[in-house]
Design a protein around this ligand. Sequence first.
Ligand code: PHE
Length: 345
Amino acid sequence: MKDFKDRINHIKTEFDASLEQVKNKEALQDIRNLYLSRKKGKITLLFNDLAGLEGKQKPEAGKLINALKTHVLKSLDEKSTEAGTKREKPAPVDLTLPGHKTWWGAPHPVLIFKQEIENIFTSMGFSIADGPEIETDYYNFEALNFPPHHPARDDWDTLYLDKGDLLLRTHTSPVQIRVMEKQKPPIRIVIPGRVYRKETSDPTHLPMFYQIEGLVVDKDITFSHLKGTLEVFLRRLFNENLEIRFRPSFFPFTEPSAEVDMNCTVCKRQDPDCRVCGGSGWIEILGAGMVDPQVLKNVSINPEEYSGFAFGMGIDRTAMFAYRIPDMRLFYENDLRFIRQFSKK
Ligand code: PHE
């Protein structure tokens, strides 16, 4: 009987010690099996061995085993709630901590403005075309009727590339040629895109900026079509009462050529000392004209049969007037506080 009691005590100590080590549910289940499994559990075996004891020792030993079994079951239960609680209780939430900020991007103001312009033109029946930013001398100048060494080339401070006769286009006009080479009239397109000039940045100049070019070629296109188109366009872009005026000018690829001015949006023609219009009340906004017959010949369109008009406008510069931004460089400083202001959301 003493042996039996020792065995029971030994099993209890051993059980208590291993339960102490248990870290997870799996280990707990292993211990449960080790002691209680129906065939080979250490406690089950104890019950089996009762049969070998003498008559009156049986009930005493039975009590001890039952006590051990109760102890084991209770301890396993406690441990299992403890392990369960540890694993399943969610981490406490501290509602006083600042949340995670989601940073939203915003469309760039020049892009927003470009889309506004495109929308007006597409609603007037224009399509959108584009062309390469790296151009050849032929498309940027020669086909546009700038002969080699012609002084008009000096109006554009051109950035030339090392290789071949490549350059960064100084205006979007070369795309006029590219489109007319491929497409026969009627043509009614606008061409937005980046252009490059060797300029030092200042409030009104940038070495890279956006232009939008317009080109219409068809039978019987006249200067009044040009005037009407630009008037409708600028009034829709700015306001219904905008006044515009045409001044004679020169571009090798248009004849006659004009520069287009509109009312100063900043002083509304009221301030003789206005820094934007210099007090004249007018700001220059576009270059335009009737497509020079020589340009049409260069792309094998018969100038006797067809005529056209073209215009070019700086998008960044015009956005400056529309949004009343005093310095064009702000567009490219990537200051989010500036850029986000233009989002409609
Ligand atoms: N390409 C000219 C410029 O950059 C603008 C222009 C375009 C003028 C089309 C006439 C016709 O200044």
